[in-house]
Ligand binder design. Structure first.
Ligand code: SF4
Length: 487
């Protein structure tokens, strides 16, 4: 059996995960990682230039060719080699950046993350294991990742964008366990399906796509259906045989978790705390400005004052509800491939006057976006902060469980609350939208917008607009529902 960096780290997380990758990939849940791969590629390409001119080993399906090209580059004395490829006893790796100082090697593993996770240390230790086994001297092993405090000004400074953490000592001390891990992974993955129970490894460091498969024989519903319970607590309870909803009702879990099981198992009627909801609604005054932003993130910042992975707002929808029931809709969607923030901020202050009540669902997100805009555009600061200060959160009655139905399945997210409140209304069903159905789809669609023809862009823009419009229209309907139930 052959291993690579990615296979080793999959197997390191769970032998069964790698076994399933090889033998039953069809039972995996589909996780759309395309955007993550693209970001990783973009960051990896940029980091190649960190130490100056380099020799790039071109990708070849024939890995032997990559290994030969690497060997030739090392023999030539090329100082910096990217994607340098090696094999030792069926263990293959491509080193992101290899610095060759007279046959003493420095290994750099590039990650498109702003944190150094433990799994990265395993990844680079595996590469160093191959190099040491081949007889190379490894002087340094470092992880290169994004500096979360880097702020873009005028021109990208890649020396400041990346953090380089030297973990040579750790990597060298880790070598014995790498050898053992490789042996165990190969042994387990060369036989029948490993008998491994679910545990903390199923979500750490990465969400495992085989979780549904591995829990297919568990009683339904079960502890893993308690939505807001953290995964670690789910596993802890599972290990203590608290699995079924009956077990949960008898457990000492916090009431907010038990409530979901209680409502579903006993088929309870909705809980409606009318007085609390009424008090909450008195804080919202007409005309009401229901606001929702869509944002995207760039690993490599390119706009003034932004950091890696900062949320960049590119779109909003605004429904204005007047006391007499009149409803007006306004919206903004930026052109592609430009800094959308200034035109968005200007339009927003034109659309929302000062001292009016605005409403968002989970408003910390909207408030944070507005705060950032106020920092970047001092001329709009006062008005933006005024909107922010006058914002109310429509999520409160559901978050506090003043209004709870079993159909909300323990969640207060609008994606659960809305269908629970309006089960048979196709106009409020995100599945009926033409192109974009959730936030990450909106982000990826906008990021890609500039790669389409003008004609295609029209259709895509329509998809984005109707998606965001539904977010604020849903808020209007939820607000009206709350008004109705307190009567
Ligand atoms: S769900 Fe858990 S036990 Fe099953 S393969 Fe994944 S990590 Fe392993």
């Amino acid at each position: 059996m052959n291993l690579s960096k990615s296979k080793y780290t999959r197997g390191f997380q769970c032998h069964k995960m790698l076994w399933l990758d090889i033998n039953k990939p069809e039972v995996a849940k589909v996780i759309d990682n395309e955007a993550v791969f693209e970001t990783g590629h973009e960051v990896g390409e940029l980091a190649k230039g960190l130490f100056g001119k380099y020799t790039d080993i071109e990708f070849n399906k024939d890995l032997n060719q990559m290994i030969k090209d690497t060997d030739a580059a090392i023999k030539r004395g090329d100082k910096i080699i990217t994607e340098a490829s090696f094999v030792y006893e069926n263990n293959f790796c491509s080193v992101d950046i290899l610095v060759n100082n007279n046959n003493e090697l420095e290994v750099y593993e590039v990650k498109s993350s702003t944190d150094l996770h433990d799994i990265y240390k395993e990844d680079i230790s595996y590469q160093v294991y191959i190099l040491l086994s081949l007889g190379y001297k490894v002087k340094k092993a470092s992880i290169v990742y994004l500096n979360k405090n880097y702020v873009f000004h005028d021109k990208l400074d890649i020396k400041k964008l990346f953090v380089i953490d030297d973990i040579t000592k750790y990597v060298l001390n880790n070598q014995d366990s790498i050898k053992e891990n490789i042996e165990e992974i190969i042994k387990d993955c060369s036989k029948d399906e490993p008998d491994i129970n679910i545990g903390y490894q199923c979500n750490n460091p990465y969400e495992c796509p085989y979780f549904d498969y591995c829990t297919k024989d568990l009683i339904r519903p079960n502890i893993f259906d308690i939505r807001i319970l953290p995964f670690k607590s789910k596993i802890k309870n599972y290990n203590n045989s608290i699995i079924s909803y009956e077990d949960i009702l008898k457990s000492d879990l916090n009431e907010k978790y038990i409530e979901q099981a209680k409502y579903e198992i006993k088929d309870l009627k909705p809980k409606i705390e009318k007085d609390l909801i009424k008090d909450f609604l008195t804080t919202i005054t007409y005309p009401i400005y229901f606001l929702d932003f869509e944002t995207y993130q760039e690993a490599i910042p390119k706009y003034e004052g932004t950091k890696p992975f900062e949320q960049i707002p590119f779109q909003y929808s605004l429904h204005i509800l007047y006391e007499d029931g009149k409803l007006v809709h306004k919206e903004f969607l930026a052109e592609p491939d430009i800094d959308p923030r200034l035109s968005l901020a200007k339009t927003l202050v034109e659309d929302i006057p000062k001292d009016v009540c605005s409403v968002a669902y989970n408003m910390s997100f909207e408030r944070n976006i507005i705060k950032k805009l106020a920092e970047v555009y001092p001329d709009l600061r006062e008005h933006l902060l005024n909107i922010r200060e006058n914002m109310k959160d429509l999520m409160i009655p559901f978050y506090k469980r003043w209004y709870y139905m079993k159909e909300m399945e323990g969640s207060y997210s609008i994606k659960y609350v809305l269908p629970a409140l309006f089960p048979n209304d196709p106009s409020l069903n995100y599945k009926n939208l033409p192109l974009v159905h959730k936030g990450d789809e909106a982000s990826n669609t906008y990021k890609d917008l500039g790669n389409h023809t003008k004609k295609e862009q029209e259709t895509i823009r329509h998809g984005l607009l109707v998606y965001c419009e539904l977010d604020t229209f849903a808020m209007v309907k939820i607000y009206e529902k709350l008004i109705e139930i307190i009567k």
